[in-house]
Unconditional design. Structure first.
Length: 383
């Protein structure tokens, strides 16, 4: 069987130096940082990806280990394996670049939980980070790469430097990239449960799988939080090995964040429905030009959300127009998932159903993510 490298896990990253941030950036000095992930697919070997895309100094890796996760910060010590980079156990990631480990000859399967431990000996400066990692991470002073458990560890709610895992799989394996905002990334679903709607949908597939390139707070047309979606296409979709399909949910932050940023004054930079239609069309055209199947998603309901300035009559009108376009015949996507209908309150369809509401009126909980995944016709993902 011919094999090749296929993405089995992805985490899109944010610049910690952005002017507007929903998350607290941080760095590390003389710390072991331990982070876990769950593989969406398996293979005969794997390699780990680390990123210093937004760092202002070279990132020194004093050691990196891979292990099978047990619970919390715990690892199976019998599985603990040093990672190597061009044969060495230490490495430096240049400013703005990514580092890929040497292959580890370890057969893995979909659903396996692995842990990556990084020893960061120097002052990293603010880290290139992920808003919603797979699970809570841990940091302790000193080099503790092989420790079975990290005692008295600081808990990390954001992810740092770890951006992906590739597996050596059959060369005809095809995957989908879930691309967009917090509804894609899985904000407000249970950490460590892998309950984002793309993850739940991935487990329904009989061939291939889905990797997640969502960024909570991300926008289609404007930077912050994260580079805007149209700017991320090359790196976060086209460069993902094995990609054939793309699932998209984007636009709520284009509508709502201008209001949040300017509150209590009215925003001056909220895009119109035509602006979003133009941007979504450009996105679909870019994906089609690369030979990919582009699957759009209606914008989820958010009336009554608790964040000042996000919900407004003007924004609701834009959402209504964009969704009408997506559900019509003029859109350029190969298919559209009606994400909004899957979780809307039947009596008040501009709001999330109570049993699916994560509590803020803007995001869905585990049950809501499952409802979206269950509403998708899996034949759309003929991977």
């Amino acid at each position: 069987m011919t094999t090749t490298w296929i993405a089995a896990h992805r985490s899109a990253v944010i610049n910690p130096y952005e002017g507007f941030g929903l998350f607290e950036p941080r760095g590390f000095t003389d710390r072991t940082v331990r982070q876990s992930l769950r593989l969406a697919g398996g293979g005969d070997a794997l390699r780990i990806r680390l990123s210093n895309r937004y760092g202002k100094e070279p990132l020194r890796i004093g050691g990196a280990h891979l292990a099978v996760r047990t619970r919390g910060s715990g690892i199976d010590p019998g599985s603990d394996t040093p990672l190597r980079f061009s044969g060495a156990e230490t490495a430096t990631v240049p400013v703005g670049e990514e580092l890929v480990s040497d292959p580890v000859e370890l057969p893995v399967s979909a659903g396996e939980e692995l842990t990556v431990s990084l020893y960061l000996p120097g002052d990293t400066g603010l880290s290139t980070y992920t808003a919603v990692p797979y699970d809570i991470g841990y940091a302790v002073p000193g080099e503790r790469l092989s420790a079975e458990l990290l005692e008295d560890a600081e808990e990390l709610s954001t992810g740092h430097y770890l951006t992906g895992v590739d597996v050596l799989a059959a060369a005809d394996t095809r995957i989908a990239v879930a691309f967009g905002d917090s509804w894609i990334e899985g904000a407000f679903t249970t950490p460590g449960a892998d309950n984002s709607f793309p993850a739940r949908l991935s487990r329904r597939l009989t061939r291939g799988w889905i990797v997640n390139q969502g960024i909570s707070g991300n926008r289609l047309l404007s930077d912050e939080v994260g580079e805007h979606l149209l700017a991320r296409v090359d790196r976060d979709v086209l460069a993902v090995p094995g990609v054939s399909h793309v699932l998209i949910h984007i636009g709520l932050n284009d509508i709502g964040l201008p209001g949040a940023r300017s509150y209590p004054e009215p925003p001056t930079d909220r895009p119109s429905a035509d602006d979003l239609v133009t941007g979504l069309t450009a996105l679909a055209d870019r994906l089609h030009a690369a030979g990919l199947v582009a699957i759009g998603g209606t914008l989820g309901p958010y009336e009554g959300c608790v964040y000042d300035g996000v919900d407004s009559p003007e924004g609701q009108a834009v959402r209504r127009e964009v969704n009408a376009w997506l559900l019509g015949d003029a859109h350029p996507f190969d298919a559209v998932i009606d994400i909004a209908a899957a979780v809307a309150d039947p009596e008040q369809p501009t709001r999330i159903r109570a049993e699916f509401n994560a509590g803020d009126g803007l995001h869905v909980n585990d049950a809501g993510a499952k409802a979206i995944a269950d509403a998708v016709d899996v034949t759309l993902l003929d991977l």
